[in-house]
Design a protein around this ligand. Structure first.
Ligand code: ADP
Ligand code: MG
Length: 507
């Protein structure tokens, strides 16, 4: 078994930078290898948010790096706090290690069962759906991570949201477009339940709502680590509600939500038209509010603009502070680009930053996408290239110069897809993974990417708050299948024809 020394660690880091540049962050420098014993490389993180994030999001590349560098079947684990101190020797078998990401932990022999480590409760491993492999999970409760239902039985919590260590207040660039939302978020983080309750942040996709919501959570957890925060996407709230109704587990559901110290719901606009979920949320809201527990909500529209929102909910949303985020100005875009580059330890010359900020005038998510493509281009073909204007133009060219019709709108694509497959938009936006829904959803994403100027993130956002990688996956699936399945290709051509007709009519 290889020995853990400085060189080995440096090599692991270098491997990650070379092969997995997009995940690398400046704060990885703070990680510290603790031990390499019995095939397990243990790495200490500086806080539990990093630990959770790395364990859930980055285990696979770290495992790959450790295995490549040592040429041995090594597993990786991120530890923090008590775990990081304990020197318990844990036997690891090689079976299945290396490349199964989040399920790795479940495959280790000699380890305590999932859910328990060193006698302490830890969240369950997540299930991975291969059809939708990169769907972000949706729920997190910190503090006592193993909650009991009313009947004393553990309540299964599968969808652990992973707070992103990047989404802190320190990494948030304040500009005229988000000043108020930022100040209100900081106030709420410092005085939950007292400052503004509820805090309602609205604005278009990619403008920093989720970033602010997570920054609030991170600040509170740093100040008071045992705070029970329920952070959930609206969609997960509704799905869990429906499942609990069907399984007769409403007591558990209510227990989970109403005993929280703080409830954060991202993208609450999905409550539009959902009567029963609105009703349940109304009661949850009331109980928490009366107990002076903080509520934080985000939405793509102001409360009054969310369609078919019950009057009583609308008025409650307005009890606290309603504030919005808008598109960043040039100076703010420059600052965001600098911050995103710094997080990645990337040096980008000023003229390139200005070029990118000038070209991309939409939202911060696009800016981040530009930095990611720049990184990819800079290390293309295994040799580092200088980051300069030419490279930036090349990297952006991919985003900007793709032949796309000016006439097609997302609505036309949705109309064609929903008409052809007899599905509803809400199905496409839902978490449902039945083939009858995933196929039209993938086709819709593919067509949206091909015929509109929306970014992967925006498309993902529109189809149910999905990650850009999910959109990429969908595009790949459609491309692959149309290359080998003639019937599928005919269907795709038919959809394209219909789209062309409707675009022609619309222009
Ligand atoms: P939303 O939830 O509004 O769709 P996100 O919070 O997911 O948007 O933001 C998209 C990306 O843009 C994230 O990487 C986020 O960190 C970044 N971002 C948005 N606004 C800012 C900002 N003001 N400063 C730094 N990063 C930002
Ligand atoms: Mg968001």
């Amino acid at each position: 078994m290889p020995r853990l020394d400085d060189k080995l660690w440096r090599d692991v880091m270098a491997y990650l930078r070379r092969h997995h540049a997009p995940i690398c962050r400046q704060w990885f420098d703070e990680l510290e290898p603790i031990a390499l014993k019995s095939g397990l490389l243990r790495i200490r993180t500086t806080n539990s948010i990093q630990q959770n994030y790395l364990q859930k999001r980055c285990l696979e590349p770290f495992t790959e790096a450790a295995q490549s560098v040592t040429n041995a079947l090594i597993a990786v684990r991120f530890d923090f706090g008590e775990d990081a101190k304990s020197e318990v020797d844990q036997e690891v078998t090689g079976m299945g290690l290396g490349g199964k990401s989040e399920t790795n932990g479940a495959l280790r022999e000699g380890e305590e069962p999932a859910g328990e480590r060193n006698g302490r409760a830890v969240p369950e491993a997540l299930e991975i759906d291969l059809n939708d492999p990169v769907e972000p999970p949706t729920l997190s409760v910190r503090g006592d991570s193993r909650r009991l239902g009313e009947d004393g039985q553990p309540f299964d919590l599968q969808d652990d949201v992973v707070l992103n260590p990047d989404y802190t207040f320190g990494n948030f660039i304040v500009g005229p477009n988000n000043q108020m939302a930022y100040a209100a978020s900081v106030a709420v983080a410092n005085q939950p339940g007292d400052a503004y309750n509820p805090l309602f942040i609205h604005g278009g996709v990619g403008l920093g709502k989720t970033h602010l919501l997570q920054a609030i959570c991170q600040t509170i957890l740093t100040n008071k680590p045992d705070t029970r925060i329920v952070y959930v996407s609206c969609e997960a709230f509704m799905t869990q509600f429906i499942e609990c109704v069907q399984r007769g587990q409403m007591l558990d559901f209510r227990h989970r939500y109403r005993y929280a110290d703080m409830l954060v719901i991202d993208d609450i606009h999905f409550l539009a038209n959902r009567e029963r979920s609105q009703e349940e949320f109304f009661h949850t809201f009331n109980e928490l509010y009366q107990a002076r527990k903080q509520l934080v909500l985000s939405s793509d529209a102001a409360p009054s603009e969310i369609p078919h929102l019950e009057e009583r909910l609308l008025s409650r949303f307005q009890w606290g502070l309603v504030t919005n985020v808008t598109k960043p100005h040039f100076e703010t875009r420059v600052a965001i680009l600098r911050a995103k580059a710094a997080l990645r330890g990337l040096e980008i010359p000023d003229d390139v930053i200005a070029y990118l900020a000038g070209k991309i005038d939409s939202h911060a998510r696009e800016l981040e996408g530009a930095i990611t493509s720049l990184m990819a281009y800079a290390s293309l073909g295994n040799c580092d290239r200088e980051i300069n204007l030419a490279l930036a133009a090349e990297a952006l060219g991919e985003q900007i110069n793709q032949p796309r019709s000016n006439h097609t709108t997302l609505q036309q694509i949705i109309d064609v897809i929903t008409g052809y497959f007899s599905v509803k938009l809400s199905d496409l936006q839902s978490r449902r993974r039945h083939k009858s829904i995933t196929e039209p959803r993938q086709l819709a994403m593919f067509l949206a990417r091909k015929h509109t100027r929306f970014s992967l993130e925006e498309i993902g956002g529109h189809f149910g708050g999905r990650d850009h990688t999910t959109v990429m996956h969908s595009i790949k699936m459609v491309e692959e299948r149309s290359g080998r399945d003639e019937t599928f290709l005919k269907q795709l051509n038919l959809l394209e024809d219909r789209l062309q007709q409707s675009s022609g009519l619309g222009s």
